[in-house]
Design a binder for this molecule. Structure first.
Ligand SMILES: NC(=O)c1ccc[n+]([C@@H]2O[C@H](COP(=O)([O-])OP(=O)(O)OC[C@H]3O[C@@H](n4cnc5c(N)ncnc54)[C@H](O)[C@@H]3O)[C@@H](O)[C@H]2O)c1
Length: 254
């Protein structure tokens, strides 16, 4: 696996607990050049030092619910880079008022917002970046088992992740002709800003320690290593797939 000199656009670093941070760090260790975007000014204070630590030259503030932000980011990037080898989409959002509601109580606004930011943003970024994506380029996003089975408290995000996983398959198909691969990692629960908004994570983690084949919770590094595999040429024949990095808990019936 030689990733030296490859160029990666990383979306979704909020702080050092972010899954995207772990992936960015692992890519940096492989000699990959990084561009990073963060959601808004409120995060600048946390993300700027991270960008410095990772030697990032291209740092963008980009609200992925805004087409103009995405267009601007890609057009500025295109002035510096002739191609993007890897895109890491590690982004999700649902209004807090709609999280943890009984599923039949979620609002239209909450549902559409979750779909827009957690799902459509992937499609929008791939569409804008299309000209910079080359045969061999690879795109990954982050999903969770709540896409496939009911996880209490995950409601609105479960529907969004199901749509995200379907979008991965359709993107893999539409980008496949060009030789661009698109996959998702379905990660087990780890403590981040996003997972803190979802109730019951500590309880899930206790259950995983007891019942998962590997009898432990996963760490940022477990996800980052699988990200390296999916982004790199080691996964040259893999696309449209959902790879579980969850200590095996998803194979268990109870
Ligand atoms: N933490 C877990 O247990 C877990 C498990 C499985 C999947 N995931 C998924 O991993 C991904 C990353 O989450 P995380 O756990 O690292 O949490 P995180 O909060 O660190 O990352 C989520 C990121 O999404 C960004 N974001 C939200 N709205 C945005 C917008 N409008 N524009 C641009 N960016 C926006 C946030 O700023 C943040 O950087 C998410 O898709 C999440 O659903 C997380």
């Amino acid at each position: 696996m030689n990733m030296t000199g490859k160029k990666a656009l990383i979306l979704g670093i909020a702080n050092k607990h972010s899954i995207a941070y772990g992936i960015a760090r692992a890519l940096k260790e492989q000699g990959v050049e990084l561009a990073i975007s963060y959601a808004g000014a409120a995060l600048a204070k946390r993300v700027h030092p991270i960008a410095e630590e990772l030697g990032v030259e291209q740092l963008f503030e980009c609200d992925l619910s805004k087409d103009n932000d995405i267009k601007n980011m890609i057009s500025i990037l295109a002035e510096e880079w002739d191609r993007i080898d890897y895109i890491v989409h590690s982004v999700a959002y649902a209004p807090i008022s709609d999280l943890n509601l009984p599923f039949h109580h979620i609002s239209r606004h909450g549902f559409l917002t979750a779909m827009d930011i957690s799902v459509y943003s992937l499609i929008a970024v791939v569409r804008e970046a299309d000209l910079l994506l080359q045969p061999g380029s690879s795109v990954i996003t982050l999903s969770y088992y709540g896409a496939q089975k009911v996880v209490p408290n995950y409601g609105i995000m479960g529907a969004a992740k199901a749509a995200l996983e379907a979008s991965v398959r359709y993107l893999a198909h539409s980008m496949g002709e060009k030789g661009v691969r698109v996959n998702a990692i379905s990660a087990g629960p780890i403590r981040t800003l996003s997972s803190a908004a979802i109730g019951g994570v500590a309880q899930m983690q206790r259950r995983i320690e007891k019942s998962a084949p590997l009898a432990r919770n996963i760490e940022q590094e477990d996800i980052a290593k699988t990200a390296l595999y999916l982004l790199s040429d080691l996964a040259s024949g893999v696309t449209g797939d959902i790879v579980f990095v969850d200590s095996g808990i998803s194979i268990m019936a109870y």
